[in-house]
Design a protein around this ligand. Structure first.
Ligand SMILES: Nc1ncnc2c1ncn2[C@@H]1O[C@H](COP(=O)(O)OP(=O)(O)O)[C@@H](O)[C@H]1O
Ligand SMILES: O=C(CO)[C@@H](O)[C@H](O)COP(=O)(O)O
Length: 574
């Protein structure tokens, strides 16, 4: 490859870090830089990337932290030797649902960015509110009840917007914001999503929302392709629809649109070419499905701070228990998603309890967790007639199902259907290593069964392949259990850049945006350049008949268990 061939950068502004990843036109990764919020930032009292106000169930992140991180990542790429003048396109991914509140000075400050100062030094006055509500926030129950009711039912809201109301979704968050900070709302010139905020920083002016990420707001009417007037009316509250529309801006349909060139801040400070083009930034989950030419029969499980289950599908089958978004690049396709708050951090909880109980934290902190989960029998059954051990492990309030923080442990006898809430027979924390992974995977299997199909040969419905991405995809013990439960006739795979899949998807979006032929789809372009042998690795078997059937029985027990816990929690609240 000639040294002047074009390069593309994808950024990933997630919960715990900002990453920047550079690829060439052959889709090969040539540079990676990471700014870890807890470890690398200065001046923010954050933990795992966020601040919390437990009294109001609020979780939020300081926006200035992200400004510091962006200069940090660009500096790091410079130190690694990246020649920024070769970068032809930029795209990005942001943690979904988070909102950024630009104040009246923002447009001027963005336009006049001064390359002799850092972004953090000059942009702090640009925000009417210094914090971005985070996807882990659960302060909006009242607003969610209003969203679920406004179109008649939560089913109808899911039908229109792709999801029932969720605490973290931007519409309910904005409505609460109008009530908690009415003056600040009035002083807000523009509301961004984390993704469009990042694109705005590169453009030096407000960037529009992306066609996929806009579906994480409970405001976008997916079938009509526009904001829903009734939902806007509710969300704008006493300030009205027109005021809100102005703050939200337009949403272009084309995920590969050329939004404009990078601001001179980046040409002067880092040596970007003045014609480096900014392509719409999308959500971190939509970007993740762009990390490979995903087929409708494949499933992706992102094991990040959240656990998400992702599929690309031509069928729109909204349901209050799941999410549908527009596909980030391809009209006519949708992204199906499940999202769990208790993903990586909940697994870390069990990992730490195990290391503590063994009074031994190895250099590889997951070693004990992995060893124990692999030697524990499936479902805790030492012999086939034993009851199955099933549980829910939620150190934080959960989204799926909507439950407060807590731990619930059961035994289930599939022969009689008998489910018993008990800790008898459980050895804590050891039994929890396998049980927490099983619990997370059983929930995914339960909720995705409507979208999977039989791969033929009389085999039961299941994904063709399961791709693991995100920080946890390095973990082969988790991969093995995932394959046993979810199946996958072709096996369980991880991407070569497994924990950077989201930034990779954003970088591929930039390649597609700049290099596509007229009418060429993302799948076609990436499919042609994709080199499977180099880019992915099979890390575990998928479908194994006996285990798949046994876990099929466990799914039935798990479904009962969840409704039992949901009922008892709701009764105790009533
Ligand atoms: N070897 C491992 N085994 C299991 N989980 C891991 C391992 N390494 C990292 N993780 C998990 O990855 C999570 C971070 O994933 P990442 O995708 O980078 O996060 P983000 O949600 O910020 O994008 C951490 O919370 C950690 O629990
Ligand atoms: O809320 C969701 C999806 O609905 C989360 O998946 C966020 O998008 C943040 O994810 P990570 O930081 O775990 O990547």
């Amino acid at each position: 490859m000639a040294s002047q061939d074009p390069l593309y950068i994808g950024f990933d502004l997630s919960t715990q870090q900002l990453k920047g990843l550079v690829v060439n036109s052959d889709l090969k990764v040539v540079y990676i830089a990471k700014f870890d919020f807890d470890a690398d930032s200065t001046g923010f009292p954050i933990k795992k990337g966020v601040l919390t106000n437990e009294a109001e169930h609020e979780v939020f992140a300081p926006v200035a932290l992200w400004l510091q991180a962006l200069d940090g990542v660009l500096e790091s790429l410079r130190k690694q030797g990246l020649d920024f003048s070769r970068v032809k396109g930029i795209s990005a991914a942001g943690q979904q649902h988070g909102s950024v509140y630009w104040g009246r000075q923002a447009a001027g400050l963005l336009k006049n960015l001064d390359a002799s100062k850092s972004l953090e030094e000059q942009l702090q006055p640009a925000f009417s509110h210094p914090y971005s509500p985070n996807w882990q926030d659960s302060s909006t129950q009242k607003e969610c009840d209003e969203f679920d009711a406004v179109l008649g039912s939560r089913e109808q809201l899911a039908h229109v917007s792709g999801s029932k109301a969720h605490h973290r979704f931007t519409g309910p968050q904005i409505l609460r914001f109008t009530r908690k900070y009415p003056d600040v709302y009035q002083q807000t010139d523009r509301i961004a999503l984390v993704s469009s905020f990042l694109a705005s920083l590169f453009l030096g002016r407000y960037a529009p929302f992306d066609i996929s990420d806009v579906c994480g707001m409970n405001l976008w009417n997916i079938k009509q392709g526009k904001f829903d007037e009734q939902l806007l009316k509710l969300c704008g509250g006493s300030f009205g629809v027109e005021e809100l529309k102005k703050k939200l801006g337009d949403v272009p349909e084309d995920g590969g649109l050329h939004l404009g060139s990078v601001h001179p801040y980046y040409t002067k400070r880092y040596g970007f070419s003045p014609d480096c083009t900014v392509i719409p930034a999308t959500g971190d989950n939509p970007a993740t499905i762009l990390a490979l030419p995903l087929r409708p029969s494949d499933a992706m499980v992102s094991l990040g701070t959240s656990t998400t289950f992702l599929m690309s599908t031509p069928s729109y089958k909204p349901d209050p228990a799941t999410h549908f978004f527009n596909h980030p690049t391809t009209p006519g396709l949708y992204m199906f998603m499940l999202c769990y708050k208790n993903g990586g951090l909940a697994r870390e909880h069990v990992r730490d309890a195990i290391n503590e109980s063994l009074k031994n934290t190895p250099d590889q902190p997951w070693a004990n967790f992995d060893e124990i989960s692999l030697k524990s029998p499936a479902l805790g059954q030492k012999s086939p007639g034993d009851p199955m051990k099933l549980g829910l492990f939620f150190p934080r309030p959960e989204i799926v199902p909507n439950l407060p923080a807590g731990q619930w442990r059961f035994t289930y006898d599939p022969a009689t259907g008998n489910l018993k809430e008990t800790t008898d027979g459980w050895v804590a924390p050891q039994d929890e290593a396998r049980a927490i992974v099983e619990s997370q995977m059983l929930s995914l299997r339960l909720r995705s069964k409507g979208l999977t199909q039989s791969p033929g040969n009389g085999l039961p419905a299941q994904p063709r392949r399961v791709y693991l991405v995100g920080g946890g995809s390095k973990n082969k013990a988790i991969a093995k259990i995932a394959g046993e439960i979810l199946g996958g006739v072709d096996g369980v795979y991880k991407l070569d850049v497994g924990d950077n899949a989201c930034a990779l998807g954003a970088a591929y979006k930039a390649v597609w945006g700049l290099e596509r032929q007229p009418g060429q789809t993302f799948e076609d372009l990436v499919g042609q350049r994709w080199r499977e042998e180099e880019f992915i690795e099979k890390i575990a078997d998928g479908y194994q008949k006996d285990l798949f059937e046994r876990y099929g029985q466990a799914v039935e027990g798990f479904e009962k268990l969840e409704s039992h816990v949901v009922d008892s929690v709701h009764k105790s609240r009533a």
